[in-house]
Write a protein that binds this ligand. Structure first.
Ligand code: FUB
Length: 335
């Protein structure tokens, strides 16, 4: 009788202990983690791809998709967010957005994205996949929203913003509606650019979750994918992946609606990654070029990519100098 009681008591305490342990590890998974950057790739503890950068006040944010597969194809179930005030000390904020947070989305296609701030909210534009009423799959663009740049983000529409059917008159492939980049012009008009093979643009309404007017095909020389729009002074810059394996090229205009004048290569092939997705932002007065390569070994490659950061410089005439990708990154000595 006594022995049975002791055994039951031991089982009870073991069960309580296991519960406490699992709650502790869950809360660790859901807590921000911090680390110091010391060279490129910037993030080494996970494979990270398709960086988008956002500056809010004194904080630099990087959003990326996570490559979780074994290097044989894209397996990207979720996006990640990192923040830093000095580009050396970084915080990873847990679980900002997953592919399955879009109820209409299928598969594990947490592809390239960009987050942009407007009216106190943060809009997360993503590339994902959609199935139409006939069951045909095609890449699509969705938008999620949050009150904080680190989320958690929620689907802002409940439907895709752009689907493959909207662009088949220009490009009859199922993967051209990817890689959104959003730019808000000085007059407050927001524009969405995206594409693969063909670049497109469309106006966004003030609410940032509805389009306005027609889709405009954007004429760019040798466009592959991954457009990024930024402005410096009076010039607009549209940089994009070109060729395959990809380099980054760019064009300039004095109008967000173009025409865009091709200015050449901005970044060379990115090591052992076929893709070279990038973002350009200014932070505390300096310009930065954020991109990915396959630099984290042993698995690094086209489907196990890693985000890097280097400085970006301009020539006196406003054109951009070719980026020098470095192992040292912003930290002087390679480690
Ligand atoms: O990560 C999947 C796709 O690869 C992105 O959407 C493209 O820009 C390329 O980097």
């Amino acid at each position: 009788m006594k022995l049975t009681f002791v055994l039951i008591a031991i089982q009870f305490f073991a069960f309580k202990f296991a519960l406490a342990q699992s709650a502790e590890s869950k809360s660790a998974e859901n807590s921000p983690s911090t680390f110091q950057a010391s060279g490129n790739p910037l993030f080494k503890h996970k494979y990270t791809a398709d960086p988008a950068a956002l500056v809010v006040g004194d904080t630099f944010y990087i959003y990326a998709g996570q490559d979780t597969g074994e290097g044989k194809g894209y397996e990207m179930p979720n996006w990640l967010v990192f923040s830093s005030k000095d580009l050396t000390n970084w915080t990873e904020h847990p679980n900002p957005l997953r592919n399955k947070d879009f109820s209409w989305s299928v598969g594990q296609t947490s592809w390239a994205s960009q987050v942009i701030a407007r009216n106190g909210k943060y809009y997360f534009y993503v590339s994902t996949e959609h199935k139409n009423e006939n069951g045909k799959k095609g890449k699509a663009i969705g938008v999620a929203v949050a009150d904080s740049p680190v989320g958690p983000f929620k689907d802002a529409k409940g439907t895709a913003l752009i689907t493959n059917e909207m662009t088949t008159r220009w490009t009859n492939i199922s993967w051209d509606d990817i890689d959104p980049t959003v730019y808000i012009d000085d007059d407050g008009q927001a524009y969405l650019f995206w594409g693969n093979t063909q670049c497109y643009s469309i106006k966004l309404k003030e609410n940032m979750i509805e389009t306005e007017g027609d889709i405009i095909p954007v004429n760019l020389l040798k466009f592959t994918e991954a457009p990024w729009v930024h402005k410096k002074g009076k010039s607009y810059y549209l940089s994009f992946a070109t060729g395959f394996p990809e380099k980054i090229a760019y064009a300039m205009s004095d109008n967000i609606n173009g025409p865009w004048a091709y200015k050449g290569i901005l970044n060379e092939l990115s090591g052992n990654s076929n893709t070279n997705h990038h973002a350009i932002v200014q932070f505390k007065g300096d310009w930065y070029f954020v991109y990915h390569n396959g630099g984290v070994q042993t698995g690094g490659g086209s489907y196990q990519r890693s985000v890097c950061i280097d400085r970006l410089y301009y020539n006196k005439d406003g054109t951009m100098k070719r980026v020098q990708m470095t192992s040292e990154g912003l930290w002087g000595k390679a480690k």
